[in-house]
Design a protein around this ligand. Structure first.
Ligand code: PEP
Length: 263
C-alpha cells in the first residue's frame, strides 16, 4: 500500500505573510512525522516563500492548478516549468476549477499528462454533484470522468508512477456535510478497480486514493481506516495549523495498523 498522503488545499486564502507563518507552524508540528506524507498547497503567490519555509523538512509543497503549456500568451496562467523545482505536487481538476472556471475532463487530462511529464505529482480530483448522486449516477459519473482524465496517462512501463487520485464529492466540499465512510470507501474501491483495469493490480495498488470533502480531526479516522482510502485532501481545516496537524497525526496513527484491500 502507498504511504498515506494528507494535502492541505488553502484555496484563495492567506496573504504571503500568513502563508509563510502557517507553513512554519506546520513544519514545527509535523516535520519528520513517520508514516505519512504531507503537502501544503498555498496560492501561487506564496509558493516560493512556503517552499523556503519548508526547505529541508519532510513537508512538501503543492500548487492548486497549472496550465498545460510550457509558456506563451496565456495571461494570468502559471506553467508546469514554473512549478518544477519548487513544487512536488499539483492539484488538478478540483471541482471549483471545473464548476467556476469551466475546466473539462479533456483539459484536466492534458494537465495531468503534462504534470507527470515534468515530474510534478498530480492529485487528480474527481467527484459527482449532489443531483447526480440523488439520481444514483455517482459511479457512472466518476467512472467516465476518471477514464477521460487518465486517457493516455502511463509511464513507458505502463504504470501510472506519481499519480494520486482524490475522490471529492462536490456536495461534500466546504459544506460541513462529509460523505459517510461507507460512501467514501465504495467510491474509492470503484476508483481502485478502474485503476486496476487500466494499469493492473500492481499499478492500482501504488496510487494513493484520497478522500476530500469536509474532513476534520473528528471524522478523518473513519475515512482513513477504510481499506481503499489512503489519505485526505483537506480544504477548510487545513487553514488551522492545530486542526490540520491533528488530521495528519490521526492519519499516520490510523494507517499504521495493517489494512487489507477488499477488491
Ligand atoms: C477541497 O477544497 O478540496 C476540500 C475538500 O474542501 P473542504 O475540506 O473545505 O471540504
Amino acid at each position: 500500500m502507498p504511504t498515506p498522503l494528507v494535502a492541505g488545499n488553502w484555496k484563495m486564502n492567506t496573504t504571503v505573510t500568513e502563508a509563510e507563518a502557517l507553513a512554519a507552524s506546520l513544519r514545527r508540528e509535523l516535520d519528520g512525522l513517520p508514516g505519512v506524507e504531507v503537502a501544503l498547497c498555498p496560492p501561487f503567490v506564496s509558493l516560493e516563500r512556503v517552499a523556503r519555509a519548508l526547505e529541508g523538512s519532510s513537508l512538501k509543497v503543492g500548487a492548486q492548478n497549472m496550465h498545460h503549456e510550457d509558456k506563451g500568451a496565456f495571461t494570468g496562467e502559471v506553467s508546469p516549468t514554473m512549478l518544477q523545482g519548487m513544487c512536488q505536487i499539483v492539484i488538478l481538476g478540483h471541482s471549483e476549477r471545473r464548476n467556476l472556471f469551466g475546466e473539462t475532463d479533456e483539459l484536466v487530462n492534458r494537465k495531468v499528462r503534462k504534470a507527470l511529464e515534468v515530474g510534478v505529482r498530480p492529485i487528480l480530483c474527481v467527484g459527482e454533484r449532489l443531483e447526480e448522486r440523488q439520481q444514483g449516477r455517482e459511479e457512472a459519473v466518476v467512472s467516465q470522468s476518471l477514464s477521460a482524465c487518465l486517457d493516455g496517462v502511463a509511464s513507458p512501463d505502463g504504470l501510472p508512477h506519481g499519480m494520486v487520485v482524490a475522490d471529492e464529492p462536490v456536495w461534500a466540499i466546504g459544506t460541513g456535510l462529509a460523505a459517510t465512510s461507507e460512501q467514501a470507501q465504495a467510491m474509492s474501491a470503484l476508483i481502485r478497480r478502474l485503476l486496476a483495469d487500466r494499469y493492473g493490480r500492481q499499478g492500482a495498488e501504488a496510487v494513493p486514493v484520497l478522500y476530500g470533502g469536509s474532513v476534520t480531526p473528528a471524522n478523518v479516522a473513519e475515512f482513513v481506516s477504510q481499506p481503499d482510502i489512503d489519505g485526505a485532501l483537506v480544504g477548510g481545516a487545513s487553514l488551522d495549523a492545530q486542526q490540520f496537524a491533528e488530521i495528519v497525526r490521526i492519519t499516520a496513527k490510523t494507517r499504521s495498523s495493517p489494512l487489507v484491500r477488499l477488491g
